[in-house]
Ligand binder design. Structure first.
Ligand SMILES: *[C@@H]1O[C@H](CO)[C@@H](O)[C@H](O)[C@H]1NC(C)=O
Ligand SMILES: *[C@@H]1O[C@H](CO)[C@@H](O)[C@H](O)[C@H]1NC(C)=O
Length: 191
């Protein structure tokens, strides 16, 4: 009798452990398994707003944004491509304001009949608790419009599983040098 009880409890215990393993580690099918989000400590999604200034310095002796391809067609900017490593600051004045990260990426003119860019860039933070984390933005930027909306397609570190959008507004533009300062309001959902 006692032996049977012991065997039964061993069976029940192993079933419970098995259930727990399946719940936490997920159902495994070959190379893929369904996981409980708690395994990665994903609890409550939060919304963070960043208000930043993006400095695209094209002219002068120290440009942070350089043309890597010229435009391909007369009378249009189509084809023009820049690669940049632009500072991100808290205020619009680069000399007085605190730097919190760098925006690294490319923009390419993809519009034939207007001025429109495809932007692919990371906001790589270097400050405070976001140091080492990044947000990835990929979207269309019709720079003559007052407000442009660009999707956030992901991120790393604190921004794993990130999604959201960024609103870009030109704060300053120098038509002689093409230098620009753009205000970015970033709304990002992350864990
Ligand atoms: C573009 O236009 C300029 C001036 O009209 C001309 O000199 C040049 O050859 C043209 N370039 C191309 C690629 O058509
Ligand atoms: C950011 O992280 C890097 C690498 O871990 C470190 O060297 C640097 O001092 C940090 N900066 C700030 C402002 O915390």
């Amino acid at each position: 009798m006692e032996g049977k009880v012991r065997i039964l409890s061993v069976i029940l215990l192993s079933l419970a452990i098995n259930n727990w393993v399946v719940r936490v580690m997920g159902k495994k099918e070959g190379y893929a398994s369904e996981l409980d989000p708690r395994v990665l400590k994903l609890k409550k999604e939060k919304l963070t707003h960043f208000h930043l200034y993006w400095h695209d310095t094209v002219g002068g002796r120290n440009p942070s944004s350089v043309a890597v391809l010229p435009s391909l067609k007369n009378g249009s900017t189509l084809g023009l491509m820049h690669m940049f490593d632009n500072p991100l600051s808290v205020g619009p004045d680069l000399k007085k304001s605190e730097l919190v990260g760098r925006s690294q990426g490319i923009y390419a003119s993809t519009a034939l009949h207007q001025v429109g860019l495809l932007m692919a860039m990371n906001f790589a933070f270097t400050h405070g608790k976001y140091n080492g984390s990044s947000i990835t933005i990929l979207g269309r930027n019709a720079i003559l419009q007052r407000v442009r909306e660009l999707p956030i397609i992901g991120g790393s570190g604190r921004f794993r599983f990130a999604r959201g959008y960024a609103l870009a507004k030109t704060y300053y533009f120098n038509p002689a040098t093409f230098d620009a300062i753009v205000q970015y309001d970033v709304y990002v959902l992350h864990y």
